[in-house]
Write a protein that binds this ligand. Structure first.
Ligand code: AMP
Length: 396
């Protein structure tokens, strides 16, 4: 079956068409500037990337252009819509309502809408994408795959904050966690690759991308994760601060004459390695180059980033009373050897022994710890689209 995977933002829409038997990506692309003007980037497997300007006043036009591109006589990859068996939609927030992926029904749409308050920038956009798709493909089954679902197995002691309990009851203030599709995919894949029994394993997944989060996966189930009510908590990220003393917010508001929205803007968009490097970059390619040139701010940014990851791995070893394997994934986890090295240097007390040469190599799944390392360390490339396609096929 061919599965169309859709990841819809407020003004953009990423898509991939995946054949579920071969797990091959038949075509992929991106609609941007929806509601402004509109641009479609489309690339069939083995073919050239084509960019075209198209009027996309709403997501419905954007999805129509995606369908047109996929079924185009020359550059398309299917003859008609009949060859698309299902659509898998990434949905950011499923609150406490969804602990797994679901086939989309009217009730499911209502329940997703009820989570809008928890992810006001993302969930409404995800719903718009689903509605637009349903309009154009009324007979195709659709599945919602939630970023939060994998983390719903966390115990109360991990998801409650030290706040008045009523806020949890009244407003759902608790840790939800994000990147769940990736943490689920990578933890399963790491167990398989490392020859561990998933049902009897302690795995820490470090998803280090522009957004970064870490999770403790005990016997295949998430027991803790670093992102919280929103994706702002936890690790230092590209532009997000991650954990900090909450009183800094009031202090900064006074010093910089900011209102709450202004403070949130600083914490979400101007902080992280970008802010630490004095606005040099949020991209580790720029940061490592600058660090090697002796830039002290780039150096500080990378040190703070790695130290925070190492501290979380330490705390998650405590959460699981041990750790069998650590899996690095996402843009930074997969590509930046110096980050993995600096993190692992702090973890020798756990019995982590990094194979320095293996750590420098690039490629697919790979073991980067030495043969006698007590904790196995691996790089496992994530593939959220494939994970969504697999979930979709399993449900339809
Ligand atoms: P992601 O959010 O998983 O797509 O990760 C994006 C981030 O990964 C970028 O901002 C970079 O910091 C980092 N990244 C991706 N590719 C590379 C690379 N080849 N070398 C260094 N950093 C990379």
């Amino acid at each position: 079956m061919n599965v169309l995977v859709i990841n819809c933002g407020s003004s953009s829409l990423k898509f991939q068409l995946i054949n579920s038997e071969s797990e091959e990506v038949l075509a992929k692309g991106l609609c941007e500037r929806i509601g402004i003007d509109g641009r479609l980037t489309y690339q069939p497997a083995g073919g050239d990337k084509a960019v075209s300007e198209k009027a996309m006043p709403t997501h419905t036009e954007a999805i129509q252009f995606v369908i047109d591109a996929l079924t185009d006589a020359e550059t398309g990859v299917v003859k008609s819509l009949d060859e698309i068996g299902a659509v898998g939609h990434r949905v950011v927030h499923g609150g406490e309502k969804f602990a797994s992926s679901v086939v989309i029904t009217e009730d499911v749409l209502k329940a997703i809408e009820e989570c809008n308050d928890l992810a006001p920038l993302h969930n409404p956009a995800n719903l718009i994408g689903i509605n637009a798709c349903q309009k154009l493909m009324p007979n195709t089954p659709m599945v919602a795959v939630f970023d939060t679902a994998f983390h719903q197995t966390m115990p109360e002691k991990a998801y409650l904050y030290g706040l008045p309990y009523e806020y949890y009851e009244k407003y759902g203030v608790r840790r939800y966690g994000f990147h769940g599709t990736s943490h689920s995919f990578v933890s399963k894949h790491a167990a398989e690759f490392l020859g561990l029994d998933l049902d009897n394993s302690k795995i820490i997944v470090a998803h280090l991308g522009n957004g970064a989060s870490i999770s403790a996966v005990l016997n295949g189930k998430c027991v803790d994760t670093s992102m919280g009510l929103t994706p702002l908590e936890g690790l230092v990220m590209g532009t997000r601060s991650g954990d900090m003393d909450p009183a800094i917010m009031e202090y900064l508001a006074k010093k910089e004459d900011l209102d709450m929205a202004g403070v949130m803007n600083v914490l979400n968009k101007k902080s992280g390695v970008f802010g630490l490097s004095k606005g040099l970059s949020s991209d580790f390619r720029d940061l490592t180059a600058a660090m090697n040139d002796g830039n002290p701010y780039a150096n500080a940014a990378i040190e703070v980033f790695c130290y925070r990851v190492a501290k979380y791995i330490g705390s998650y070893s405590a959460a699981m009373n041990g750790v069998d394997a650590i899996a690095f994934t996402a843009g930074i986890g997969e590509n930046v050897a110096i980050v993995r090295q600096k993190v692992c240097e702090c973890l020798e007390y756990l019995g982590v022994s990094l194979d320095q040469e293996a750590n420098k190599l690039f490629g697919d799944d790979r073991l980067i710890s030495t043969a006698d390392s007590k904790v196995k360390v691996a790089v496992i490339p994530t593939n959220e689209e494939l994970a969504i396609a697999r979930e979709t096929v399993a449900l339809v």
